[in-house]
Design a protein around this ligand. Structure first.
Ligand code: NDP
Length: 274
């Protein structure tokens, strides 16, 4: 029997998740159906319950429902608890609902496997202190970087986040001013690129041997990538993170790990042809 999954969000029309999961299903021979579900902002729970009552086995959850999904889950993985948000719901054999957060693992998998950039022993700068930065912290710290600094427009938010995760590694946080030493890996986890903005960072942070990752993706390099490339750094957008987090969800649901490389390459071609 075909098992049903969906991505739930608002807006969700432009989601690439159905395409990605259908590509995974084809690659692995898994029999699944995957659809998009739009829910009114205050109706996450009723829309999710209706989908599950009709036989749905799991959900990907996107903006603005990751906190609703966190509350909806009966059990949480450690990384979901650390992220404070859920992007994947999986129906369990006993009827309970497991909440996971695969965003950070998807980011780490993309950096390590697709880009082959090192994380262990590196000096990492995370720009932004919202949900995406929070979700990335535990998976990144597990890779044993030398140290991690979080820089955010609202400095107090970065300081708070650094304090919260300080037990897991060498972690500091603050604003954009006063940062002047170079970093090996810079991850833009802010939404600045979505509005064409560039956080006011010193050019001394980036060198030709830096690796610079923007979680935002699109057909064109983001302003953050263009800024870093001008100093000779290697850059990537976040399309591989999107595919990586989807692969982690697929693994949770189906127990099979799809190969992300071919799916990412094909998706990139499609995005550029749009
Ligand atoms: P949040 O709304 O939780 O946080 C936004 C963050 O961006 C805050 O730190 C905010 O700073 C900062 N910010 C917003 N505008 C600017 C600006 N103009 N200049 C500097 N900083 C700015 O969003 P999320 O954390 O959920 O998402 C962040 C980004 O990550 C989004 O663009 C999203 O598309 C992307 N993302 C990508 C994924 C992928 O699979 N590739 C997965 C998840 C997220 P302040 O605190 O001062 O407001």
């Amino acid at each position: 029997m075909t098992d049903s999954y969906a991505v739930i969000g608002n807006p969700v029309e432009h989601s690439l998740s159905p395409w990605i999961h259908n590509a995974f299903a084809q690659q692995t021979g898994e029999d699944i159906a995957y659809e998009k579900l739009t829910a009114p902002r205050d109706s996450f729970e009723s829309v999710a319950r209706r989908f599950l009552a009709a036989g749905g086995r799991g959900l990907n959850v996107t903006v603005p429902f990751k906190l609703d999904a966190y509350d909806f889950a009966d059990r949480l993985t450690e990384r979901a608890r650390a992220a404070g948000a859920v992007n994947t719901l999986a129906l369990q054999r006993d009827g309970g609902m497991l909440g996971d957060n695969t965003d950070g693992a998807g980011l780490v998998a993309d950096i390590r496997e697709n880009l082959a950039w090192p994380i262990a022993g590196q000096r990492i700068l995370i720009v932004g202190a919202g949900g995406a930065a929070r979700g990335a912290l535990l998976p990144l710290l597990e890779q044993q970087p030398l140290r991690v600094h979080i820089a955010n427009r609202t400095a107090a938010r970065a300081e708070r986040l650094a304090r919260e995760f300080a037990r897991q590694g060498t972690l500091t946080g603050g604003g954009f001013e006063g940062l002047s030493e170079p970093f090996d890996l810079i991850i833009n986890a802010s939404s600045a690129s979505l509005s064409g903005d560039l956080p006011p960072l010193s050019e001394r942070l980036v060198t030709p041997s830096s690796h610079v990752y923007d979680m935002v993706y699109g057909a064109e390099p983001t302003p953050f990538m263009a800024w870093a490339a001008a100093f000779g750094a290697a850059t990537s957008d976040g399309l591989g993170m999107l595919v990586g987090q989807a692969a982690e969800s697929f693994m949770l649901w189906r127990g099979v790990r799809p190969e992300t490389g071919p799916v990412l390459r094909e998706l990139r071609v499609q995005l550029q042809a749009r």
